[in-house]
Design a protein around this ligand. Structure first.
Ligand code: 5GW
Ligand code: MN
Length: 291
């Protein structure tokens, strides 16, 4: 394989941080060579699971989600789509490339939307222990109200990874919307924290995903007993986890963009984009917090 030699004295990106203080790469467009990475991951015949929850009306996001993933997600690799849903009959049949399949997993629909999003941690944990560990090497856990617009490949894979929230990658620590009430297990002090991670894209090897989701689920249960609920639900617990257990790779906001945040120069590609929701249809949740 022929490609340009990496140049020690010529960094490819000088406009963004590409390495954390604990030496985890931050994945921005341009910093990696997809061909080299694909060759490496083909050598180990990597199997990737993509989990998405389509509970209640969110089944309507599935066709665009899966069709766009067929174009852009881990192209050429083995992929299992794990679709957690309460509406099994409404999951349509998809035409998939070779080595890829949709696995529909029937799960309960919690009444409160806060529980719908938070309980994802518990269900990912349980299915990881009982099933995913036998079927895939890595798990990528994402929101379903999304569409792939550009390649999302093996460059994202690592022991355990998180994604920079598009609203906060240029923000000050004190502006991060961490849980600030000390009585919550998700509490993070104003003088702590590295980045603000998005709840809608994290993953890693199965063993690490089990640790992460188990921590978040138990933290949530602990809060429930004290009758507190973290400000941004599962996202708050995820941020607490990553404070203690630093991710081994971080994805730039290219990997969970939302056009609400415009088109800053640093974000050269919008690889995975949030779909503008018609809140009258999917029920009002909240205004997206300002960056
Ligand atoms: C419904 C109303 C309000 C909030 C969440 C839901 C909801 C979320 C739902 O009814 N069904 C469902 O499957 N979800 C799952 O939780 C989807 O996978 C969704 O992508 C994820 C997170 O909820 P979002 O996408 O509404 O959260 P934001 O922060 O992207 O707006
Ligand atoms: Mn979403």
């Amino acid at each position: 394989m022929f490609y340009d030699k990496p140049e020690c004295l010529k960094p490819i990106r000088t406009d963004v941080l590409t390495l954390t203080p604990w030496l985890a790469p931050i994945v921005w467009n341009g910093v990696f060579n997809r061909d080299i990475l694909n060759a490496q991951f083909h050598q180990m015949d990597v199997r990737v699971g993509l989990t998405a929850f389509a509970i209640k009306k969110y089944v309507m996001f599935l066709p665009k989600f899966i069709e766009s993933a067929e174009k852009f997600f881990m192209v050429g690799h083995k992929v299992n789509y794990y679709i957690f849903t309460d509406r099994v009959k409404e999951v349509s049949n998809f035409t998939l490339a070779e080595g890829r399949r949709v696995v529909t997993l029937e799960v309960p629909a919690y009444e409160r939307w806060q529980d719908v999003t938070m309980r994802r941690m518990e269900m990912i944990r349980d299915y990881s222990m009982n099933r995913f560990t036998n079927e895939v090497d890595y798990l990528v856990c994402v929101d379903v109200d999304m569409v792939f617009l550009d390649d999302v490949g093996v460059e994202i894979l690592s022991n355990v990874f998180g994604t920079l929230h598009p609203g906060f990658f240029g923000a000050l620590r004190k502006e991060f919307t961490y849980e600030r009430r000390p009585q919550s297990t998700a509490y993070i002090a104003f003088d702590a924290g590295d980045f603000y991670y998005a709840g809608g894209n994290f993953g890693g090897v199965i063993e690490e995903v089990i640790k992460l989701t188990n921590f978040c689920h138990n933290a949530m249960l602990e809060d429930k007993q004290k009758n507190v609920e973290a400000l941004w639900h599962d996202e708050s617990y995820l941020n607490k986890y990553f404070l203690f257990y630093k991710p081994t790779k971080i994805l730039s906001p290219e990997y969970i963009w939302n056009n609400y945040y415009g088109s800053p120069a640093a974000v050269q590609k919008k690889r995975f984009l949030g779909i503008e929701k018609d809140y009258n249809v999917v029920r009002f949740r909240r205004a997206i917090s300002k960056p």
